[in-house]
Design a protein around this ligand. Structure first.
Ligand SMILES: NC(=O)c1ccc[n+]([C@@H]2O[C@H](COP(=O)([O-])OP(=O)(O)OC[C@H]3O[C@@H](n4cnc5c(N)ncnc54)[C@H](OP(=O)(O)O)[C@@H]3O)[C@@H](O)[C@H]2O)c1
Length: 435
């Protein structure tokens, strides 16, 4: 049987775009055997066609003319692998309106402008897929949308930024933050400008996308409270180690009594928790839900070929589901309220520096107890008349913890502002009796 010829176009022919072209060419026979279709790149949009490139497509493929792609009736599908918000967002909207399905690897675009993009795709009756926008090679979107469609997922925990995970792993081995960042740049794990990685914005965009899909309610970047790893010090890492924990940048999306809470920030993770074992530039996502208990997916979260594999998988899925009535449009079907930040609950690690004298610990414990925050573990380090208290609490509301820390900061024996980080230790689904 002869294969159906499917001309496709790429917006972008950089690290990911050129890898998509190579994967399609090198695996053309496998794809044809599996799907009966042969995908062929006929246009690739770039800024500068004359630029030196490690991989060059056949003459005539590179173009600077977006309209030529939009107007080519033979182009059945477009992969957006150029990045950025503008002009990219406008191009994707134009393509959808022209009836062309789009596959995107662009987390910032999907997290910021998803509502308009999916509405447009839905109106045009074409698909918009975005697997590669979150955790590159890990097929977490497909698993959430298809494999777990009958599962009430109520928590997604993730290590979704490889750069920061690499830096934190190096700090565990003894490196200082700036040394670890320099090594990440040298090895290509961090961009020349790593701001969006280290300040948590990159992870926040990915968590917005994961939360949207997991809970079926639109979560944009503006809904995600995020914090990066710039303030993580060797002292945090050492305190974590002493308490058999590791520091990780954790994205957490939780559904609490029908309200959404999505956040990204450094947290202490119990050594026995699956996310503690995720080292170096790897990514992992843990999904918790009623019927599945928990599933953890781990794999490379970046890289040209790794990301391209997810783009190609989406392209094949579009081809495989077009015309069957199974459209992958907007995943959102409801609008959930946001959990007020002070109601979010977690165990916490707290560090408090105090004068080393009798009765201080009792004052601190009383301020915590007054806010219903109970202590699970306590380690004390003394030197030169000062004591550093390292406390792990049982689960407490963020509002109560902040009130207790405010009262502790006001004690005459307290030196400096107390600091707190959430702790990730529990597995499973509380309430189902097996947590
Ligand atoms: N690299 C990764 O590991 C990775 C992982 C996950 C997701 N992603 C996402 O994948 C997308 C692409 O990343 P990348 O690393 O492949 O980027 P890249 O290497 O910088 O490639 C970008 C490509 O887009 C073209 N381009 C950019 N702006 C353009 C414009 N205004 N008009 C026409 N062409 C334009 C560039 O043209 P020239 O070649 O002429 O400069 C280049 O070919 C981004 O959304 C990124 O977030 C990347």
């Amino acid at each position: 049987m002869s294969a159906v010829d499917v001309p496709v176009a790429l917006l972008g022919y950089g690290t990911v775009g050129s890898a998509v072209d190579r994967l399609l060419a090198e695996n053309a026979e496998d794809i044809e055997r599996a799907t009966g279709h042969r995908l062929r790149v006929v246009h690739a949009l770039v800024r500068d066609p004359e630029k030196e490139r490690p991989h060059r497509p056949p003459a005539g493929v590179l173009t600077t003319d977006f309209a030529a792609i939009r107007e080519d009736p033979s182009v059945a599908l477009v992969a957006e692998v150029m990045g950025g918000i503008e002009p990219t967002g406008g191009y994707v909207l134009d393509l959808l309106r022209a009836g062309k399905p789009v596959v995107s690897a662009n987390k910032q675009l999907i997290a910021r402008e998803g509502a308009e993009l999916f509405r447009t795709a839905s109106e045009a009756g074409v698909q918009l897929r975005f697997e590669a926008s979150v955790c590159a090679a890990i097929p977490v979107i497909k698993i959430l949308r298809e494999a777990l469609v009958a599962t009430n997922v109520h928590r997604v925990l993730g290590i979704v930024n490889g750069t920061t995970n690499f830096i934190l792993t190096k700090m565990e081995e003894g490196a200082e933050y700036f040394e670890a960042l320099a090594e990440a740049k040298r090895l290509g794990y961090a961009e020349a400008d790593p701001t969006e990685d280290v300040n948590g914005a990159d992870a926040a965009a990915k968590m917005a996308i994961l939360a949207t899909i997991a809970f079926g309610s639109r979560v944009t970047l503006a809904d995600v409270a995020y914090d990066g790893i710039e303030a993580v010090t060797g002292a945090h890492v050492a305190a974590a180690r002493e308490m058999e924990m590791v520091v990780r940048l954790i994205g957490a999306a939780t559904l609490v009594d029908g309200k959404l809470d999505v956040r990204v920030g450094p947290a202490l993770v119990d050594r026995h928790h699956p996310l503690a074992a995720v080292e170096g530039a790897m990514n992992a996502v843990m999904l918790q839900g009623d019927a599945i208990r928990e599933i953890t997916l781990e794999g490379p979260g970046a890289g040209g070929m790794e990301t391209a594999s997810a783009v190609v998988a989406d392209m094949v899925s579009v081809i495989g589901t077009t015309g069957t009535g199974f459209l992958q449009n907007d995943a959102c079907w409801r609008e959930l309220p946001r959990l007020p930040p002070e109601e979010a609950r977690s165990p916490y690690y707290v560090r408090i520096d105090v004068d080393d004298r009798a009765g201080v610990l009792a004052h601190v414990a009383l301020r915590l107890a007054e806010q219903d925050v109970s202590i699970a573990r306590l380690i004390q380090h003394q030197a030169n008349g000062e004591a550093a208290l390292h406390i792990v609490t049982h689960e407490a509301s963020t509002g109560h913890l902040q009130a207790a820390l405010g009262a502790i900061a006001g004690l005459p024996e307290t030196r400096g502002a107390p600091s707190a980080l959430p702790v990730v230790s529990d597995r499973g689904v509380p309430g189902l009796g097996w947590a």
